[in-house]
Design a protein around this ligand. Structure first.
Ligand SMILES: Cc1cc2nc3c(=O)[nH]c(=O)nc-3n(C[C@H](O)[C@H](O)[C@H](O)COP(=O)(O)OP(=O)(O)OC[C@H]3O[C@@H](n4cnc5c(N)ncnc54)[C@H](O)[C@@H]3O)c2cc1C
Length: 405
């Protein structure tokens, strides 16, 4: 007699959730670092993710997020004293990475305030200047920006800024223009880098945006990347600032480069986070999207794309974690930071493009997130010095031969 085969209901297989920490870097963190990362992830996923695409599409900054952002208590991360929360550069990197995993614009806002603006003061300011400016910036009561790039001088900033600073007694008179300056259209203070006409050296000045006569900002319109960050073109027309606002320990572009070393390191972490986000969105889509009656994630060519993305993500994570270790030992050089920025941003460009490809048509619709990662990656690739400039810094270090001009 034939026996009836037992009926097995088709239970959908539990698929692994997307996880971009394939080599388990989280295991290397201290309990405190893990708690900070967790807090940032919760903020980014619960507060930023639901609204950011709308702001991105509207070219607008989400000021509604600022109160919750302040509560994260990240003001002055990596800076000791002066009301700053301090902590390691590893933690600064992890926070930037976590932010960029959800949105590169929020990571950039944090990077401009914490890195470019506050680190400029922390590294170049006198004791008195640090006491005055850093505490309100750490509380996010004063928001800053960093004005180095000019309409006619970008990559060549080390070679000759056109913005001039002329000393008249205890006052400096600034004239010129700055372009691409993140936060500038709405923030409170600008770190303006200008060439001292007396010795031709680059010096830095703290300018109060809203109250200084001759200082004006025009928002750059129609960007296709980092649309949430408001970038400005600053005009300085006979702007007068007191000597007390000149960063006292900055005497040449070498001092500017000290800030850029740290912020390029930060961007490498952001580029890693941007890839992580794009990869996770793409993987989730591949598990859900059906074609030919199967999830597209079951196709060999799709798995190949995903594995390549994960390879890029993981290689970038290895690099930035090692850069953090070098920094902690006081060994991070300009060329280390430059290589990390160049490598991770180049890998990011590949990763986000593969993620976009994997989403098919939906890859170009902002509602599916990956399009935002794809577009924003272009800004990360260029800002803080282009790929070519980073490789020229590395090239000079490894050959001993400068090739900038
Ligand atoms: C979204 C965004 C935000 C930014 N935020 C800020 C900010 O907050 N503050 C700030 O000061 N700046 C900011 N920047 C400016 C940024 O740092 C510059 O865009 C960048 O340094 C490149 O300068 P550039 O755009 O003038 O390009 P250019 O210098 O004109 O370069 C154009 C191209 O020529 C290449 N090139 C130039 N010289 C060489 C060479 N010698 N050899 C080989 N190739 C070369 C470059 O690599 C690039 O591909 C921002 C830029 C963007 C896009």
């Amino acid at each position: 007699m034939a026996t009836a085969t037992a009926f097995k209901p088709s239970v959908p297989k539990q698929l692994p959730p997307p996880n971009s920490d394939f080599y388990q870097f989280a295991d290397l963190l201290t309990a405190e670092e893990r708690a900070t990362v967790k807090k940032v992830r919760a903020f980014m996923e619960s507060k930023v993710a639901p609204i950011i695409t709308k702001y991105w599409a509207e070219d607008a900054f989400p000021f509604e997020l600022l109160p919750a952002f302040k509560e994260l208590n990240l003001g002055g991360l990596g800076i000791e004293g002066y009301g700053c929360v301090g902590g390691s550069q590893l933690l600064v990197g992890l926070v930037g990475m976590e932010m960029a995993r959800v949105d590169s614009s929020i990571a950039t806002f944090f990077g401009v305030q914490n890195g470019l603006a506050m680190e400029s003061i922390a590294l170049g300011g006198s004791e008195e200047q640090k006491q005055k400016w850093l505490p309100p910036m750490a509380r996010y009561e004063t928001i800053g920006c960093f004005g180095l790039t000019e309409p006619l001088v970008g990559s060549g900033a080390a070679g000759g800024l056109l913005t001039t600073a002329k000393r008249e007694g205890d006052t400096w008179v600034l004239n010129g223009q700055k372009r691409w300056i993140g936060n500038a259209p709405w923030c409170d203070v600008s770190i303006i880098w200008a060439r001292d006409v007396a010795d031709n050296q680059v010096k830095a000045f703290i300018v109060e945006n809203k109250t200084t006569p001759g200082f004006s900002v025009e928002k750059i319109q129609n960007k296709i990347a980092l649309k949430v960050v408001q970038n400005g073109q600053i005009t300085l027309k006979d702007v007068r600032v007191p000597e007390a606002n000149r960063l006292q320990n900055d005497n040449s572009f070498r001092d500017t480069a000290k800030v850029l070393r740290l912020t390029r390191y930060d961007v490498a972490w952001e580029a890693t986070g941007c890839q992580m986000g794009a990869y996770e969105h793409a993987l989730k889509y591949a598990q859900e999207r059906q074609q030919f009656g199967k999830p597209i994630g079951s196709f060999q060519l799709v798995q190949d794309l995903l594995a390549r993305m994960l390879g890029n993500v993981t290689a970038s994570q290895c690099m930035v974690v090692r850069a953090a270790q070098l920094e902690a030992e006081g060994k991070l050089t300009d060329q280390h930071a430059a290589l990390a920025k160049a490598f991770t941003t180049a890998r990011m460009r590949e990763t986000v493009a593969w993620a976009r490809e994997l989403l098919g048509g939906n890859g170009i619709v902002a509602d599916y997130n990956v399009a935002r990662f794809f577009a924003d990656a272009e800004a990360l690739y260029t800002y803080e010095g282009t790929y070519q400039m980073q490789n020229l810094i590395v090239g000079k270090a490894i050959t001993g031969l400068g090739a900038f001009v």
